[in-house]
Design a protein around this ligand. Structure first.
Ligand code: GSH
Length: 220
């Protein structure tokens, strides 16, 4: 059955792979499932056809036969439960890997998004310079224990899992800030994730959409 995901028609991060379709692409590459991509414009994301798939008017969405999903946590869990390669067979190890997925999106991602918003969307506010260090420290409050837990292990709990995939993608948003480099084991962890062939394929696929959108813009 064909899998179709949605992604930004024109990547706001200029192909750096931070948009969340990249984590879904990566999961599909890890389990060897082919997929199609339907690019959507910012305007189309807020129109009824897309809102039927995603009530908040965002990307990515996931369609497979008569199943339509939104939320990358749910999408990646669905992929990981149906195909081998992203969750261990042992029931307890599987539950722990799923715990890391939730931890990435519920505990680690929120302060990182708050930090990104403070830097990008709020930088010109009169209170921005006072607020930014507070928000940065909230990120450190997550990175420090995460780095202590990872220690010198390769992945968070044994073999690479959907938990690592989600955590690596969440941490990538910090790369340009310097915050990740304060925790060398986490920076190396992210680099290990990025070195996986499945990640490389996912990254290249999302980059080709960006390059195409630039080409269309230069020569319509
Ligand atoms: N919690 C959602 C977040 C989805 C999300 O924030 N998507 C962004 C792109 S990465 C988006 O569509 N932004 C445009 C908007 O919110 O209007 C998930 O994990 O799928």
């Amino acid at each position: 059955m064909t899998i179709t995901i949605t992604a930004f028609e024109a990547s706001p991060d200029r192909g750096r792979g931070l948009a969340r379709d990249t984590r879904v692409r990566w999961a599909l590459e890890e389990v060897g499932q082919p997929y199609e991509v339907r690019p959507v414009s910012f305007r189309a994301m807020k129109e009824p056809a897309h809102l039927k798939l995603h009530p908040f008017g965002q990307i990515p969405t996931y369609e497979e036969g008569d199943l339509a999903l939104f939320e990358t946590g749910a999408i990646i869990l669905h992929i990981a439960q149906r195909h081998a390669g992203l969750l261990p067979d042992d029931a307890n190890a599987r539950a722990r890997a799923i715990t890391w997925m939730f931890s990435a999106i519920n505990t680690v991602e929120p302060p990182i998004l708050e930090f990104a918003n403070a830097k990008i969307l709020e930088h010109d506010k009169p209170w921005a310079q006072e607020r930014l260090p507070l928000v940065a420290n909230r990120v450190r409050d997550r990175l420090k224990p995460l780095s202590a837990r990872l220690s010198d292990a390769e992945w968070l709990d044994g073999a690479f899992s959907a938990g690592d995939l989600m955590m690596v993608h969440v941490l990538q948003r910090l790369k340009s800030s310097g915050l990740l480099d304060e925790y060398p084991s986490l920076a190396a962890y992210v680099a290990r994730g990025e070195a996986r062939p499945a990640y490389q394929r996912a990254f290249d696929a999302q980059l080709s959409v960006y390059n195409k959108s630039v080409a269309d813009w230069v020569s319509p």
